[in-house]
Design a protein around this ligand. Sequence first.
Ligand SMILES: [Zn+2]
Length: 403
Amino acid sequence: MATFPPEDLAMRVCQAAADLSSAQQRFLADLIRIRSYTGCESEAVERTLAELRAIGCDEVWMDSAGNALGRMGQGKPIILYNAHLDTNEVADENEWQHPPLTPVVEGGAMWGLGASDCKAGVASIVYGAAIIKTLNLHLDCTLIIMGATLEEDAEGFALRALVERDGLRPNCVLLAEASDLCLRRGQRGRCEVRIRTTGEAAHASQPQLGESALLKMLPVIQALEDMNRQLPDDPLFGRDTQVVTLIEGPHTPNSVPSWCEIAVDRRLAPGVRREDVLDAIRAVVEPLGASAKIPDQPVLTHTGLRLDGPSFYPGWMMELNDPLLEAGRATAIALWGDAPPVGVWEFSTDGTYSAGEAGIPTLGFGPQEERFVHTPDDQVDLLKLEKAAAFYAMFPFVYVQQQ
Ligand SMILES: [Zn+2]
């Protein structure tokens, strides 16, 4: 019996990936040159739309949340490739060996801000589609390429807008975040909780007339730290964690503070719900006179759309025998003869929406290495970049065959 995909398809895909690697690198270099902090992705989106046109997508558009989108093929199933265009902000440019917005090729890697998170992922999915077009392969499905916005500050929000506002409902989502050419089947979630105490203001020269909200917060902070010993423990993801990350009060150094607010960053295993987090924290802080809530994350797209929503990002995990994971393995085996290791992400991704909220099967695969993400050594290995494009070219044919 003939195996699918045929061996010569794998060879042709790998050859085309090699032939297109210079163009793929030029596109990545252009993306690195563009500063694209969260909410300010217009130029990177325009550049991506231009590339999607150049590689011959059947349709290219920007959705209402300002994501760059390209389509190839039509009909069911709908496969969505996602990688985000926004980057983390540079903390101190002096720490960088090369200027962050200047792409430099050195030691077989391309260096630059966002190379590993997540512009190399964008170049991988766009060039996966370019390979399909170059080889003139017929797609028995709809392939959507998404250069996503807003991921760094509000992961999942731009993808939610595409699905729920603009009505595009994919059958599966592939995330080209850093995985070092391994497969990722889940991630920890995260949540922000705001905790507030109130007191009574008075002039600092007569503190006995007031009540300090800041002093009321001290036992609350300790109690929140102590909760770490009893948070849910997951066999794969480990114990949930929570950290008090900031403290605020009135900016009046000569008054007894009438209010105090802290933020807690909570990391959570798949299955932990919003109510679980809030109920557990309330049980601890309310007896101490504090209130707790999950705040709205303020989100403004570069197109001017407000997408504010709860700062809750659920974790997710796909079963080891899920057909989507099987298709990912089979794609790698067809190309390189080996199934790559399967793991989970420590960090959060757009999968928090697709898998965590919408229940759409979601798989991670990217050429970037996690150790370079959000560091001044931001870079991507160029051979891995080329291999990721081959993976994204091959995947639809394996996936469709399996349906
Ligand atoms: Zn990322």
